[in-house]
Design a binder for this molecule. Structure first.
Ligand code: NAP
Length: 303
């Protein structure tokens, strides 16, 4: 059996197209452009790149963006004051605080300050608390987990009643995706670094969400035939020449790298019913769902 590929790039593009069309429709009726404010503290190059791609996506979809940048030695008070300022600014629809922040900043306190109606990343304790409670709806669902569920639904995977196994229990992926699956009536097992006999647990999964950040750890013989596999992992590995030596980029003179997921794709694709590639699976969904959440924030604040 060869699994059906879930094309995250194409699905993310369709989400972006829908958001852009709705933004154009709203602004044509005289409503203000949705605006996303990003807060970056420090100079991590990966965080700076994420923030800049979020600003670029806003521009492409007809939304505005404000990019706030504080130095790595900014104080807790300065970060909190900035979030409060953005909360109070009626032009700002959504606020995204780029994580991780420098170690001396108490992230939880910062996230808890974000106005729930502007919490487009869905990480404020109120949104997460609502996600964890039966019969309560968060205003915003965290973007990567939201993207995982959206991919399953678009692929036509039946979630209700399915055995779902989530690898990883982080606040940003594993835990919220598990809560979303429970909300969709799956029976969910959450695995982590202390789980015993991981392959045996994974073999029970009709739906597998892998979010551990361990390159190609999940092997093909762990997968239940016909399962839906959503690979959230993004791991960089060296590209090798046919003789096993590292391939060197002609352009930079440095060893070439490529991205792989937490699942050994070549093996899993032979067994699974559906699978997401890396790259081009979950990755593009995160920003698409952020754009969807930012539009939703504008709709909530200015119906
Ligand atoms: P994280 O915070 O490092 O959490 C990793 C989780 O995996 C932890 O719960 C850890 O268990 C568990 N784990 C680690 N090694 C394990 C092992 N050998 N067996 C079983 N469980 C193990 O990671 P994260 O932030 O959730 O990210 C996970 C992956 O998703 C990374 O590759 C990241 O780059 C990727 N990611 C992708 C996107 C996207 O947009 N596509 C977004 C976010 C993250 P403990 O809790 O016991 O330590």
């Amino acid at each position: 059996m060869t699994a059906q590929l879930i094309d995250g790039k194409a699905i993310a593009q369709s989400v972006r197209d829908e958001v852009a069309a709705e933004v154009a429709r709203r602004t044509a009726t005289g409503k203000p452009q949705p605006i996303l404010a990003t807060v970056l503290v420090g100079d991590r190059p990966d965080s700076a790149a994420y923030v800049s791609s979020k600003g670029k996506a806003c521009m492409e979809l007809g939304m505005g963006s404000i990019s706030e940048h504080l130095p790595a030695d900014a104080t807790q008070e300065q970060v909190e004051a900035l979030v409060k300022k953005l909360n109070a600014d009626p032009q700002v629809s959504g606020i995204l605080v780029q994580l991780p922040m420098p170690a001396h900043i108490n992230e939880e306190r910062v996230l808890s300050l974000i106005n729930i109606e502007k919490d487009v990343d869905g990480f404020s304790p109120i949104n997460i608390g609502r996600l964890a409670q039966k019969g309560r709806e968060p205003l915003f669902v965290p973007c990567t987990p939201f993207g995982c569920i959206y991919l399953l639904e678009q692929a036509g995977v039946k979630i209700e009643g399915a055995n779902a196994v989530v690898l990883g229990r982080s606040n940003i992926v594993g835990m919220p995706v598990a809560l979303l699956l429970i909300g969709k009536n799956a029976t969910v097992t959450v695995c982590h670094s202390r789980t015993r006999d991981l392959p045996a647990v994974v073999r029970q999964a009709d739906i597998l969400i892998a979010a551990i950040g361990k390159k190609e750890m999940v092997r093909g013989d762990w997968i239940k035939p016909g399962a839906a596999v959503i690979d959230v992992g993004i791991n960089s590995i060296p590209v090798l020449n046919p003789d096993g030596t590292p391939a060197i980029s002609e352009k930079t003179g440095r060893p070439r790298q490529k991205l792989v997921g937490d699942v050994k794709f070549d093996e899993a694709v032979q067994v699974a019913g559906w699978i997401t590639p890396v790259p081009g699976g979950v990755g593009p969904m995160t920003i698409a769902m952020l754009m969807k959440n930012t539009l939703r924030a504008a709709q909530i604040q200015n119906p």
